[in-house]
Design a protein around this ligand. Structure first.
Ligand code: ATP
Length: 256
């Protein structure tokens, strides 16, 4: 299977702080790959390195066969790499419609029509300001923006953070839908059970290093291992009690 993203032994620093200490990971075409890890493990730093926002100091990054290690963020984005940052960086003082005026449109299946079909609530709230939206609606807007760039690879940083359980399921379902539309996805998540449920493979980071690399299904079955490697975040089941297997997401729940 074609590898769309490959990071080899990357080391990233903030000033003198050595945060990523040799992270290697890959995403193959059509995969959803999840990255788990406790707070401060280096998940956001990993995505920022991959997108060129916090360039890595050592190691190499290849995206769609290009060595992008030293590329600036805008050049990486132009390859067809969508990025949904942590904390939904939407424009609060602009309307939903204005937020969706992206600077560069790559031709493809995603346009305003298909985005509004996927997120009907955004259509209903088209004239509201970004800051007037609920957390879930803001997340949808944050996902819709890069979709309009028709990316081939999407990187999402904790899209479920701070959202109500039902909305979390909806967001996770959106990610699955993206894959069905042909995107490859790297998903950073705290919500281990749900992200593992839709993922093919998983990595767990701890203290800037990869401490697990394997099938998502294997981690999904081993809640104790997730807790050990990824900490409390691995134990956040949506509406489930400890030891429950997460349930598949139904259309009724999505409409809920
Ligand atoms: P979280 O789930 O809390 O977002 P994370 O796994 O995404 O955590 P990172 O945000 O990548 O972790 O942070 C990794 C480490 O880097 C932490 O120790 C954090 O304090 C540190 N760090 C993050 N951003 C900066 C920064 N701008 N300057 C200095 N240190 C930083």
């Amino acid at each position: 299977m074609t590898v769309v993203l490959r990071a080899r032994d990357i080391h990233t620093y903030y000033g003198k702080s050595h945060i990523l200490r040799g992270v290697s990971l890959e995403v193959r075409e059509g995969e959803i790959v999840t990255v788990l890890g406790r707070n401060g493990a280096g998940k956001t730093t990993t995505v920022r390195s991959l997108t060129g926002l916090t360039p890595t100091r050592n190691g190499t990054i290849e995206i769609f066969g290009h060595n992008t290690t030293r590329w600036p963020a805008h050049r990486i984005a132009r390859l067809g790499v969508g990025y949904v940052p942590e904390g939904r960086k939407i424009f609060g003082s602009l309307t939903v419609a204005e937020n969706l005026k992206v600077p560069e449109v790559r031709p493809g299946a995603w346009d305003l029509g298909s985005v509004f079909r996927l997120f009907p609530r955004l259509l209903q709230r088209k004239s509201l300001l970004g800051r007037q939206l609920s957390g879930g609606e803001q997340e949808m807007l944050a996902i819709a923006r890069p979709l309009l760039l028709n990316p081939r690879l999407m990187l999402l940083d904790e899209p479920s953070q701070g959202l109500a359980p039902l909305i979390v399921r909806e967001v996770i379902e959106m990610v699955r839908h993206m894959r069905e539309q042909g995107l490859s996805v790297l998903l950073i998540e705290q919500n281990a059970p749900l992200s593992l449920l839709i993922s093919d493979r998983a990595y767990v980071l701890d203290d800037g290093k990869v401490v697990y690399d394997g099938a998502a299904a294997a981690l999904l079955k081993d809640r104790e291992l997730v807790n050990k490697l990824a900490g409390a975040g691995g134990n956040v089941g949506v509406g489930s009690t400890r030891g429950d297997r997460p349930q598949a997401i139904t259309s009724e729940q999505r409409q809920g």
